[in-house]
Design a protein around this ligand. Sequence first.
Ligand SMILES: [Zn+2]
Length: 117
Amino acid sequence: MTSWCCDWFNLSVEYAGDKGITVAASYKAGVRAFYLIARFFDPEIVEEFSRVDERTGRTKWPALIDNKGYPVPLTITMAKMVRFCPGCGANLERLISKKRPEFDELVEKHRQYFSPG
Ligand SMILES: [Zn+2]
């Protein structure tokens, strides 16, 4: 396991696919960056609830409706690019450039959990 800037960050990167607030590495359109990820459900729950039932054509996610009868989107994951470590304040762009091979390895590991839109 690569040591990044602090224990908080190391653990957040290690648990990237889990429920809670974690950190994922991404490389897209020439930009290497870390993302703070908030997941509200365990991955197994997301998989089970997102499966479309062949009979009904629906998933298990509840259909939320506002007072006017309009559907309300259900947010299950949120992501935000971070330039500084939320745990210790380290400059993450500098850290990425110092440890580019380790970062790129992490991107491959995290690809199954996260891909910025
Ligand atoms: Zn840190």
